[in-house]
Write a protein that binds this ligand. Structure first.
Ligand code: NAD
Length: 485
């Protein structure tokens, strides 16, 4: 393993970024951050408490009027300045994400850092579009879009920079300041982001970072009367709690939650390509991706061939040192999470499924860290826990269907509805089935991710949308101004 990530040495281990300054927190108990590839302590950050959250919200409230009053082009200048600062340190940011999360370094560069850069670029372009601030005209009404106010952003650990940027780009574009509570497992990249934003000249109070636990710091943010909207990304359980708390004071909420996405392969599709790409989606980030295609659905007469193809495709994902550019599968984020994932695998077996590949037998490169290898579950009932619940690990369940009706029924047959894929001989056939899937995003025949398309879920995958114009609209209030006839 290489030396400490460079950015780590530059982050104050005992200060919070609040109101444009690095200040001492109210509590003295820091958060220890672990390197999941080694199980060793990586560093520490100051933890916020509810009093720090209160100060952060007050700073955001002070910043709000001037921030909201900027012209869209001026807010685009700020997004561009942040993007330039991040681009300058892109290699260091990737190293930091790899160190605190365990993502293979190539993936950290391309996606963990590459994706937020694309999001900042596309949001800035949106702000610079001459039509952005032009009010809609409906009869004798002008429909104006006001920023909703101070946003409390709560993010998970699996894409720590992207989740933060997806929220701040949309909120900033709308004219809202953000108080960001990152996951306590991966607070370093959020603090690095704040440091870069500060150096890029973001006005004080527009972005504050309050690391801490969900139940204490997260809930203090959700309950705070100065927070007009909570934008939450995380598990369905925590999302439900956040929505209930915010509901008590009628604060607006957007929820980006878990998923159990299906990849439906119709007869006539390129089966080897469809299976390989589904395995890639499932194993991305060691399976710790909300949109991971974790259920592969193939027609019964192609089942055996699809399982063989899936097993072969997993061979490319041997667990390895995430700092090695050749590594495609890093560790899971923590020992607790490793336990959860292996319990899901054990339950699948006790519920009657078979393991064509058992990742529990694949320890890390040197026996350290929280590794689980790729796992392929076969012969599971579509109603079994392994085919219904989010595992959030490198576990693919291969299911069979008899006809298109059954394929759609199984694909839609979980409480979730975040993403999915359809593969067919032609795009029209695949698109017709994609229309029938109850989920927020569906990729047809291997189409790539689109960072300006609305991103969000149905059902237990949440509500509200991020990214692009729809993501900005999430942070706006509509106001109708009637003009005399
Ligand atoms: P988590 O729900 O445990 O935590 C997410 C964030 O919420 C963390 O910052 C946590 O501290 C905070 N939190 C937890 N309980 C809280 C509470 N009571 N009040 C306020 N905040 C609270 O999720 P996680 O383990 O960090 O992330 C994995 C989950 O996130 C998975 O379910 C995954 O599918 C989901 N996720 C969804 C998306 C999406 O866009 N739909 C993207 C990434 C991850």
């Amino acid at each position: 393993m290489p030396a400490q990530p460079q950015l780590l040495d530059q982050l104050p281990p005992d200060r919070l970024y609040l109101d444009g300054r690095w200040t001492a927190p109210h509590t003295t108990t820091p958060i220890d951050v672990e390197n999941p590839a080694t199980g060793e302590r990586l560093g520490q950050v100051a933890a916020a408490d509810p009093e720090d959250v209160h100060e952060a919200v007050l700073a955001a409230e002070r910043a709000f009027p001037a921030w909201a009053a900027l012209e869209p082009g001026e807010r685009a200048d700020h997004l561009d300045a942040l993007r330039a600062a991040m681009t300058d340190r892109a290699a260091d940011l990737a190293e930091l994400v790899t160190a605190e999360l365990g993502t293979p370094i190539r993936f950290s560069r391309a996606v963990q850092v590459g994706l937020p850069l694309r999001v900042l670029e596309s949001t800035s372009a949106l702000l610079r579009d001459p039509g952005f601030a032009v009010p809609e005209r409906l009869g004798h009404s002008l429909v104006l879009r006001d920023p909703v106010g101070v946003v409390g952003g709560i993010t998970p650990w699996n894409y720590p920079l992207h989740q933060a940027v997806a929220k701040i780009a949309g909120a900033f574009a709308a004219g809202c300041p953000v108080v960001l509570k990152p996951s306590a497992l991966t607070p370093l990249s959020a603090l690095a982001l704040a440091q870069l934003a500060d150096r890029a000249g973001l006005p004080p109070g527009v972005l504050t970072v309050v690391p801490g636990s969900g139940p204490v710091v997260g809930e203090a943010l959700v309950r705070h009367p100065g927070v007009a909207m909570v934008s939450f990304t995380g598990s369905t359980t925590a999302g439900a709690r956040v929505a209930a708390l915010a509901g008590e004071r009628l604060a607006r909420v957007a929820l980006e939650l878990g998923g159990k996405s299906a990849s439906v392969v119709l007869p006539g599709a390129d089966l080897p390509r469809a299976v390989r790409r589904t395995v890639d989606s499932c194993l991305l980030n060691a399976g710790q991706t909300c949109t991971a295609q974790t259920r592969l659905l193939v027609r019964h007469d192609q089942y055996a061939e699809a399982v063989d193809l899936a097993v072969a495709a997993t061979q490319r994902y041997r667990p390895g040192d995430p700092t090695d550019p050749e590594t495609r599968l890093g560790p899971l984020v923590s020992a607790d999470h490793h336990r959860t994932v292996t319990e899901h695998i054990a339950r699948a077996v006790s519920d009657g499924a078979r393991l064509a590949v058992d990742g529990r037998e694949a320890p890390g490169p040197d026996g350290r860290g929280h590794y689980c290898g790729p796992t392929v579950v076969v012969d599971a009932d579509p109603g079994a826990a392994i085919a219904q619940q989010e595992v959030f690990g490198p576990v693919l369940t291969v299911l069979s269907y008899r006809d298109e009706e059954e394929a759609v029924r199984i694909a839609n047959g979980t409480p979730y509805g975040l993403a999915g894929a359809v593969w067919a001989a032609d795009d029209d056939t695949a698109t017709a089935v994609a229309r029938r899937l109850r989920s927020g995003q569906v990729d047809v025949n291997g189409a790539p991710f689109n960072p300006v398309a609305p991103f969000g879920g149905y059902g237990h995958s949440g509500y509200g949308r991020e990214l692009g114009p729809h993501g900005v609209a999430e942070f706006q209030q509509l106001k109708a101004v009637q003009l005399p006839l």
